[in-house]
Each structure stands twice: as C-alpha cells, then as structure tokens.
Design a protein around this ligand. Structure first.
Ligand SMILES: Cc1cc2nc3c(=O)[nH]c(=O)nc-3n(C[C@H](O)[C@H](O)[C@H](O)COP(=O)(O)OP(=O)(O)OC[C@H]3O[C@@H](n4cnc5c(N)ncnc54)[C@H](O)[C@@H]3O)c2cc1C
Length: 263
C-alpha cells in the first residue's frame, strides 16, 4: 500500500474561545449550548490527512465526531477544507459522556469505518484532557503515536518524530494505527471559496447510538464512571500590586519583596 486508502480524522466542536465559560449548576458540566467552533487542534490533524490525499487521489478522508446536532455547522468547515464526508454521532443519551463513555462511542463509530489510519488533534480545547487518543487506541487494540511533530507514511507504516524535552523520538507503527498530532506539525489550510460552496453537497451523516449497536445506558451520564462532586470558582487572588516599568521597576520589585520579608 503506497498511501492509506481511508483516513479517519476525529474532530470536535468546542465552545467559541470568545464565549465566557459557564458551568451548568444542574449538571455540573461545561455549558456548551452557545456558539461552537471547530477545535483548532483538530484542524492540524485534518491538514495532515489532506496532505496525504493531495498526494494520492484515491485516499478518502472521513471526519468522525461525537456531539450535539448543531456541531454539524462547525464540521462543515472540515468539508470546506477538503474532507470527503462527515459522520457525526449525535444522540440525547450521549450527553454527559466522560472519557470512558466518549471513547466507547467513538471507537464504535471508527470500527464501522474501518480506516487504515486514525488521526486526532493533541487536545480538545474545552476539556484539554489530551488523552482520548490513548483510550481509543486501547479500545481498538491499535498501536498509537502521540505528540507527532511529523508524519510520514510508507510501506504500510506510519513514522513520526515526537518532540521530547531533549530532542525527538522517532516512532514507527504499522497501519492501521492511531496518530495524535501536535499543533506544531503543520499550518492548516484555509477553506477556499470553491471548498465552502462544495461543502454543502458532500455527505454529512448523523448516526445514533442504536446505529452503532450501543444502548443509551452504556454511555452518556448513565454510562460514565466519573462523578463530579463539586465545582467552584478559583480562589480569589490575595493582595496584588501592579508595577509599571518607568525605568525603576527592579527597585520597586526589590522594595516590595523586602517589605514582605521575601528577600
Ligand atoms: C462527567 C463528565 C461529563 C461530560 N459531559 C460532556 C458533554 O456532555 N459534552 C462534551 O462535549 N464533553 C463532556 N465531557 C468531556 C468529555 O468527556 C471529553 O471531552 C472527552 O472525553 C474527550 O476528552 P478530552 O476533552 O480530554 O479530549 P482530548 O483527549 O483533549 O482530545 C484529543 C483529541 O480527541 C479528539 N476528540 C475529543 N473529543 C472528541 C469528540 N467528541 N469527537 C471527535 N473527536 C474528539 C480530537 O481529535 C481531540 O483533539 C464530560 C466529562 C465529564 C468528566
């Protein structure tokens, strides 16, 4: 196999970065009901898949997501960038899914697609766990490369450089495998006008839990093993003093610290 024939890219709609984050006091979950946007980290995953497709026309790029029905509006951007189709798992019973439940649903959706390569972003900008790819690889019993700062595909293998504190690890995994890319891997393309116009006509499938052979109580709040006991505002900061540098900031800082016997 010269290039993977089918690449699945996991992408999530997250609350718009400009929106004030609010915790729903009833569910103790992040209120995601407002305007959403495509998770920025996932556009790097898509870009990497699209580069494979650019080089090999028979490659299909399918976006797989789980979220509310309104997420399709954000996912259309992925189609405008060049993805071939979207599969969105959306079901009332899936709301409130923790990592265990989310990975269960996405693993089923990915099994249904049976891709040669699964690409994810490094983290979801709303909950920032940076862990879902590991849970998915475990469920699918596939090898995984995380923090990939490069991705090369040849002779049925994925090869990546993974940034470490001291340099790079070079890791190779046989396809099919899971690769979570870092946001340093590439510069995602902007959708072209032609892409935006064409996106509407591309397949946009919504799938329920039943379609995936899952019962409502296996996922969502009922199927989640994480229990949130309480959430609160971060503790207010103590006394703070802002020091503007007018050429004497260093003296002022020393004075401030000395007065408090820190120096
Ligand atoms: C009790 C509880 C209830 C929760 N309820 C909800 C809820 O109702 N709605 C909700 O959105 N989240 C909910 N969450 C958060 C949700 O569990 C996590 O978003 C999910 O497990 C993914 O983990 P993460 O955000 O850490 O993803 P990360 O590990 O940070 O994400 C890594 C990559 O995984 C992929 N990815 C992540 N999420 C998805 C997705 N949904 N679809 C496709 N690809 C994805 C992306 O490529 C992303 O870059 C809840 C969490 C808890 C603990």
């Amino acid at each position: 196999m010269l290039a993977p024939v089918k690449i699945a890219v996991c992408m999530k709609e997250v609350p718009d970065a400009s929106a004030t984050k609010r915790i729903d006091p009833q569910t103790l979950r992040l209120d995601r009901s407002g305007d959403g946007t495509l998770n920025e980290f996932d556009t790097h995953a898509l870009e990497e898949a699209l580069r494979v497709k650019d080089a090999s026309s028979e490659t299909e790029v399918v976006v797989v997501s789980m979220g509310p029905g309104k997420a399709m509006d954000s996912l259309r951007k992925a189609l405008a960038m060049g993805a071939d189709r979207v599969v969105l798992v959306t079901d009332e019973a899936a709301a409130g899914s923790d990592l265990i439940a989310t990975s269960k649903v996405l693993a089923k959706a990915l099994e249904r697609e049976s891709p040669d390569l699964i690409v994810l972003g490094q983290q979801a900008g709303d909950s920032d766990g940076a862990v879902l790819w590991a849970a998915l690889a475990d469920r699918l019993r596939l090898p995984m490369i995380s923090q990939a700062a490069s991705l090369e595909l040849r002779e049925g293998k994925a090869r990546s450089k993974r940034q470490t504190e001291y340099g790079y690890d070079v890791i190779e995994a046989a396809l099919p495998c899971v690769v979570a890319v870092s946001d340093a891997i590439n510069e995602p393309r902007y959708p072209s006008l032609k892409g935006i116009m064409g996106a509407k006509k591309k397949p946009q499938e919504t799938v329920s839990l039943v379609d995936l052979g899952l019962a409502g109580d296996e996922v969502g709040a009922a199927g989640s093993r994480t229990e949130v006991y309480a959430l609160g505002e971060p503790a207010a900061r103590g006394e703070t003093q802002r020091i503007e540098d007018e050429g004497d900031a260093a003296e002022k800082i020393i004075e401030y610290l000395s007065a408090r016997k820190i120096l």
